[in-house]
Design a protein around this ligand. Structure first.
Ligand code: F6P
Length: 343
């Protein structure tokens, strides 16, 4: 077979490990070859592709962050209008199957192609860990490790200066990174998009902490966190060209509210893309590798219109329709568990 792969949406540690895994499995188990389209769906539409060889170079990809193919985003209308061109490009390049690697948006694109007769098997990725029906996506563990390290480091400087430290982490719709890094780092309060926050409650929680003799506090906030209606004004900065909400810096806003209401010395740290860069953790390397092997096998068994997923520790195949349409949010019970340790 001749297989094509591409990486689309925000990058994340482990993408290269999937590419390596697809190339090696295709070659070693099936004698198949693999090409990569550059810069996500854009490269497929513009027919920009590179041959990927099962050589030393591909082996070195295991530990390399980012994606050697490049990634990108594309407006849904442009993508849908380009369906005939995409089909032509795949046919002209003699591609038998496509393995797109991406998050919810990419998998929706994959489903659209599958519904239009393109042989596709999707691989879920995102540091946000919000793809439905899979326990984990690779990239998440690395992001949590980076954010936890940051929280660990902020403890000592916060304590030295008797400060309230606010750490803003990624998570546009879901709070998995905030929840896990906050729990692992022993944060004193965690704010996630799924649970609209009350600024009064957060301030009171810090006050209780200081009254009990503690000298500092750490608050981890997901970038997509929202206040309860009527409790705090938020700046609305609209959406970007892809329709994604532009965040106005929720960590900084919570910090300002603290300064307005209390005498605490407050500092905010925004981790941003540091969480997405660099080498993947061992967990993410293994998960990415397993996804690559299983996606390649699914392709060779003709199981198109599916995506690989991790369920109860096993890599399984699910219909693409089950991976999209709904995000995997933090269940209320998981937040309540974390809350038991606040303060
Ligand atoms: O990969 C998902 C994500 O990390 C979100 O949490 C974040 O809001 C977004 O990507 C930012 O991506 P970019 O800056 O590349 O648009």
């Amino acid at each position: 077979m001749r297989i094509a792969t591409l990486t689309s949406g925000g990058d994340c540690p482990g993408l290269n490990a999937v590419i390596r895994s697809v190339v090696r499995t295709s070659s070693a188990e099936y004698g198949s070859t693999v090409v990569g389209y550059e810069d996500g769906w854009v490269g497929l539409l513009e027919d920009r592709r590179v041959q990927l060889y099962d050589d030393e170079g591909i082996d070195r990809l295991l530990i390399r962050g980012g994606t050697i193919l490049g990634t990108g985003r594309m407006k849904t209308e442009v993508f849908k209008e380009g369906i005939d061109r995409i089909k032509e490009n795949l046919a002209d390049a003699n591609i038998d199957a496509l393995i797109p690697i991406g998050g919810e948006g990419t998998l929706k694109g994959a489903k659209f192609l599958a519904d239009n007769g393109v042989p596709v098997v999707g691989v879920p990725k995102t540091i946000d860990n919000d793809v439905n029906n899979t326990d984990y996506t690779f990239g998440f563990d690395t992001a949590v490790a980076v954010a936890t390290d940051a929280v660990d480091r902020l403890h000592t400087t916060a304590e030295s200066h008797n400060r309230v430290m606010i750490v803003e982490v990624m998570g546009r719709h879901v709070g998995w990174i905030a929840l896990h890094s906050g729990m692992a780092g022993g944060a004193h309060y965690i704010v996630i998009p799924e649970e609209p926050f009350d600024i009064n409650e957060i301030v009171k929680s810090m006050e209780r902490r200081f009254q009990m003799g503690e000298k500092y506090g750490i608050i981890v906030v997901a970038e997509g966190a929202k206040p309860k209606d009527g409790t705090m004004e938020l700046e609305d900065r609209g959406t970007d060209v892809f329709g994604h909400k532009i965040f106005a810096g929720i960590g900084e806003m919570i910090g300002k509210e603290f300064t307005r209401r209390t005498d605490y010395d407050v500092r905010t740290t925004v981790l941003g893309h540091i969480q997405r860069g660099g080498t993947p953790t061992a967990f993410d390397r293994v998960l990415a590798t397993r996804y690559g092997v299983h996606a390649t096998r699914a392709v060779h068994e003709g199981d198109f219109g599916s995506a690989v997923a991790l369920q109860s520790g096993e890599v399984v195949r699910i219909p693409l329709s089950e991976a999209v349409g709904q995000l995997k949010t933090v269940p209320p019970g998981r937040y309540r568990t974390a809350k038991a340790l606040f303060g």
